[in-house]
Design a protein around this ligand. Structure first.
Ligand SMILES: [Zn+2]
Length: 293
């Protein structure tokens, strides 16, 4: 196994890239988002779980005599929280761009870094929106597994410099039960983008691991004990302009994704920290992607 000089705690150590420049003004308004060089629309993503994946939010039930953290439900539908998807993808974006992650979001007040500009910060809504998803229970396989009771479940922690690995995992006393989605389950979610430049949309795609620099991401809780390996694939982009809506899919979508991702990837070629982080993330997820073929 590749040695990144990591502890066996279930994560990869990555450098937090330097904040290079604040790119966007707080004053960016919704009207600006319909300028002809901005992208607006809804990106539909298909997700496939490659390990147990856990989105529990504190709902508890007694199952087989044990207190169990269960998935949140609405009727017979399982809730996948948009905030969890957004937090996970934001973390990748922070390691793959010159954001304020190393200096704390406090630095992003008058002018925003690329990540705060896209994902939002205190007092400023983002321009990338992840809605909650309700998945019909019958289309998901769920089961109950045991895990350590204290999980470092938070996806977005400033200044941490670590990302959870697909292969390394922490062990601990398995004292609690968790309801999880089984590997091989699929669900879809939508990302609404407002007024993104091609470069920003490119960062979003690279951070989701769906560009030519493909990787699997880690989602949800229990990422430190081997849970939450998920692969994503874009299925459709409904491009919305002031005058029309265009549905982009298939080969056309692949070309569009490559075009935007390349704008972003070209912009970071000279940044050794980001290029190294991307290589490490790709290398770490290789085994997960092999399961796909
Ligand atoms: Zn920022």
């Amino acid at each position: 196994m590749t040695d990144y000089n990591d502890s066996p705690k279930g994560y990869l150590r990555l450098k937090i890239p330097k904040l290079s420049a604040h790119i966007s003004s707080q004053e960016f308004s919704h009207i600006d988002s319909f300028c002809s060089d901005r992208l607006n629309g809804i990106l539909r993503i298909g997700a496939v779980t490659k390990s147990y994946t856990c989105f529990t939010q504190g709902d508890l039930l007694m199952k087989e005599g044990k207190i169990t953290n269960v998935l949140s439900r609405e009727g017979t539908r399982v809730l996948i929280p948009g905030a969890s998807l957004k937090g996970a993808i934001r973390t990748y974006a922070e390691f793959l761009s010159n954001s304020c992650a190393g200096s704390g979001t406090a630095s992003c007040s008058d002018r925003l870094c690329i990540v705060c500009s896209m994902f939002g910060t205190l007092g400023k809504l983002g321009r990338v929106q992840f809605d909650d998803v309700l998945v019909n229970e019958r289309s998901l396989k769920t089961t109950v597994v045991s895990g350590p009771s204290q999980w470092k479940g938070k996806a977005t922690l400033p200044n941490t410099g670590k990302i959870y690995s697909h292969t390394l995992s922490e062990t601990g006393q398995k004292t609690s039960n968790y309801e999880v989605i089984e590997p091989g389950s699929s669900f879809q979610f939508e990302v609404t983008v407002k007024g993104l430049t091609k470069k920003e949309f490119g960062l979003l795609l690279v951070a989701m691991g769906v560009s030519r620099k493909r990787f699997a991401i880690k989602l949800g809780r229990g990422k430190n004990i081997g849970f939450g390996s998920v692969t994503l694939r874009p299925e459709n982009f409904l491009k919305i302009s002031a005058v029309s809506e265009t549905s982009i899919s298939g080969e056309q979508l692949t070309n569009f994704i490559n075009e935007c991702a390349n704008v972003y990837l070209q912009s970071i070629t000279g940044d050794n920290d980001i290029v190294t982080n991307l290589d490490k993330i790709i290398d770490d997820s290789k085994k997960v992607l092999q399961l796909e073929e």
